[in-house]
Design a protein around this ligand. Structure first.
Ligand code: SF4
Length: 54
């Protein structure tokens, strides 16, 4: 899959990760939160994440 230069990502366990480079391969992603009142970066999530088949 072709990397998207605009989306850097280090989550190598994701099916959309570019593997040899720390980029996402999707055209766009959705970022969300699992908190009602997010206050730091740990409160946010990539909601486009899909588990890679191992
Ligand atoms: S979908 Fe999200 S977690 Fe997966 S590679 Fe793209 S940016 Fe990273």
């Amino acid at each position: 899959m072709q990397k998207n230069d605009a989306i850097r990502c280090t989550v190598q366990q994701c099916a959309y990760h570019a593997n040899n480079e720390n980029y996402c391969t999707l055209n766009s992603i959705v970022v969300g939160t699992h908190e009602t009142n997010p206050t730091k970066k740990e409160c946010t999530d990539c909601n486009s994440f899909e588990r890679k088949n191992c």
